[in-house]
Design a protein around this ligand. Structure first.
Ligand code: ZN
Length: 267
């Protein structure tokens, strides 16, 4: 079984002391390719460096998360354009809107989001997007750019059926995290994940966040790792009435096409 973790925050400080072991455990658990999320300018630089150090294994995105939209200035924009042209960088993002926490004011988030949509449009690159409690504004802005970019994934989808339909109508891909393994707040996703066609569904850990609650025993440190991606694959398989092997096969093929990844190599 080959899995692709399309969203892993491997530049997070919690991975600094044992990064090589984390990566080896992921590989041992079938996660043969990982896309390292860039969520700030510095984080995107680090994600690229990791990808360059692990060719064929790690890839990167380059973007500024809505939490950090206040930091987005002309210099950020110029440097992001350079990063996005690096061969290891396979998508623009993480960008989008987050009105749940509102760490940056909404108008600042909207401006930073639009500038990154423009980068993806100009470079013809896929987008790795985040939306929380901001569906209407997000959909309106994305809708204006959708025809100018080759592909879009709404990562860590946790929203309603209406939002899901809106994204599928725009021919977006959907990223599912361990949120779906949470019996307290993820149950609606177990119904909605049936509505995502094979070919539009990808899986991600969002590590070190969102440790799947189906991991037994739960590690005491609570840190999520890419090696737990299989638990997400298995929950999705249960919900869709597919085998885990089938979900692995179609979500991996989808991720390879979306990010332009070469086929997996062994071990
Ligand atoms: Zn996110």
């Amino acid at each position: 079984m080959h899995l692709v973790d399309i969203g892993a925050n491997l530049t997070h400080e919690s991975f600094r002391h044992d990064f090589d072991a984390v990566l080896q455990r992921a590989i041992d658990h079938g996660v043969t390719r990982l896309v390292v999320t860039g969520a700030s300018l510095q984080g995107s630089e680090q994600a690229l460096a990791l990808a360059q150090a692990h060719p064929g294994r790690l890839y990167a995105t380059a973007g500024v998360h809505p939490h950090h939209a206040m930091d987005y200035d002309d210099a950020t924009d110029a440097r992001l354009r350079e990063l996005a042209r690096e061969p290891e960088v396979r998508a623009v993002g993480e960008t989008g809107l987050d009105y749940h926490r509102n760490y940056s004011p909404r108008e600042v988030q909207l401006a930073a989001f639009e500038r990154q949509l423009a980068i993806a449009a100009e470079l013809g690159m896929p987008l790795f997007l985040h939306q929380r409690d901001a569906h209407a504004d997000f959909l309106a802005l994305l809708g204006r750019y959708r025809h100018r970019v080759p592909a879009v994934v709404v990562h860590c989808f946790t929203d309603t059926g209406e939002a899901l339909r809106d994204y599928l109508d725009l021919d977006c891909h959907i990223g599912i995290t361990g949120w779906i393994c949470d019996e307290r707040r993820g149950t609606h996703l177990r119904e909605l994940v049936k509505l995502v066609p094979a070919g539009r569904l990808m899986i991600e850990t969002d590590a070190p966040y969102l440790l799947p609650r189906t991991v037994r025993p739960q590690p005491s440190h609570r840190r999520n790792e890419p090696m737990y991606l299989k638990h997400i694959c298995e929950e999705i398989a249960r919900d869709r009435g597919e085998t885990p092997e089938a979900v692995a096969a179609h979500s991996t093929a989808t991720a390879e096409a979306f990010f332009g990844l070469p086929p997996a190599r062994a071990g």
